[in-house]
Design a protein around this ligand. Sequence first.
Ligand SMILES: Cc1cc2nc3c(=O)[nH]c(=O)nc-3n(C[C@H](O)[C@H](O)[C@H](O)COP(=O)(O)O)c2cc1C
Length: 242
Amino acid sequence: MRWEVVAGVAVLAVIVGGVLFMALSGERQDSMAVQPRGGELVSLPPPARAGEVSFEVALDSRQSVRMFSPDPLTLTELSQLLWAAQGLTRPGGFRTTPSAGALYPLEIRVVAGNVEGLMPGVYQYHPSGHHLALIGKGDLREDLSGAGLGQSAIRDAPATLVISAVPSRTTGKYGGRGVRYVHMEAGHASQNIYLQAASRGLGTVAIGAFHDDQVHEILLMDAGEEPLYLMPVGHPPLVLLV
Ligand SMILES: Cc1cc2nc3c(=O)[nH]c(=O)nc-3n(C[C@H](O)[C@H](O)[C@H](O)COP(=O)(O)O)c2cc1C
């Protein structure tokens, strides 16, 4: 066989091998990700990677907002908040928040009641693909407010982002200390939501006072998953803006 033919076959083998490797490693990544739950998937607008408000102004204006105007949240606004909470940033599945061992124990759900283009319901956010999966139908804001000791912000906000965790993802590697890491990570996600809201003229409040078992049930959480934060989000009323 001529050397040109041998070289050609070798080059072809390298190309086919590379394509196969990329396909298989992509499959491995997908199978490691949480599988979408529920039937209907809702694509979210791509998140903005730049904004007009400086980081310092966002920090300076961050505050807990517990009253909301009746305006709906747009899907673009919701998309941006979800990306800030747990969205993907760079190749390798890395996210907007740090995570011990990059094990990502957090899950984000949305209880949507008044979001443009979104049927009222409970949705689970999937960072890979940046989409929502509908896991429960109906406006559950009143129920969630009840589980949250009657806090009116949950009832009045157009949507509430719920941060939960599957601690075993982290304790499997770090043992008991992993529990501490998981709680720290919820703080990172919560602060991201606060700052993203502040930079987009939105308001939110981190709510930690609620009945765990009721929130678990309303949000259709898995065994081994625990709710950590409720974050109602929406437009602040004019009185807070002046
Ligand atoms: C762990 C934690 C739990 C909280 N739980 C609630 C809550 O259940 N309800 C509420 O209205 N605010 C809650 N907050 C918000 C605090 O009340 C608020 O951050 C504090 O009053 C300071 O105000 P600021 O956020 O406007 O700076 C919580 C904050 C943290 C960090």
